[in-house]
Design a binder for this molecule. Structure first.
Ligand code: THU
Length: 148
């Protein structure tokens, strides 16, 4: 599946964008995340009157996928109105890195412009579970070292 299926992924993210709840920014974003299982999970941004409670499209897609039992992902598409193409926000990059930096990322707009990158390039030197102390990684001090 690597390097393939991006057209479908972008189409799904474009459709998901239509569901965005963005009355404050009026900036609608759609995301689609392809899991290793082959299934695609969509997300859109969901804003809140308490602005900081807003959740980005990428995290919505990721939490839906994880809640459905997925843990490994192949590719992500992010669609917004450009130009410029919209990359995943910082918190989205951190959130997705939890499940592996080896993720293809496609940035697309509504006019068919597409850029391919990957999460490792977008988010180098990430803080990860390996950043936690070896002691914690062994299962001490409340860190299970397992998949949660
Ligand atoms: N937004 C996303 O959903 N994903 C991104 O990667 C960039 C920003 C949303 C959050 C907020 O609802 C709006 O775009 C403006 O920041």
């Amino acid at each position: 599946m690597k390097g393939t299926g991006e057209k479908e992924l972008i189409a799904r993210a474009t459709a998901a964008r239509e569901m965005a709840y963005a009355p404050y920014s009026v900036f609608r974003v759609g995301a689609a995340l392809r899991a290793e299982s082959g299934k695609i999970y969509e997300g859109c941004n969901v804003e809140n009157a308490s602005y900081g409670a807003t959740i980005c499209a990428e995290r919505v897609a990721a939490v839906k996928a994880v809640a459905a039992g997925e843990r490994r992902f192949l590719a992500l598409a992010v669609v917004a109105e450009g130009p410029p193409l919209v990359p995943p926000c910082g918190i989205g990059r951190q959130f997705l890195t939890e499940f592996g930096p080896d993720l293809e990322v496609y940035l697309a707009d509504l006019e068919g412009h597409i850029e391919r990158t990957d999460l490792a390039a977008l988010f180098p030197a990430a803080f990860t579970r390996q950043s936690l102390s070896a002691k914690k990684a062994r299962g001490e001090e409340g860190f299970s070292g397992r998949d949660g």
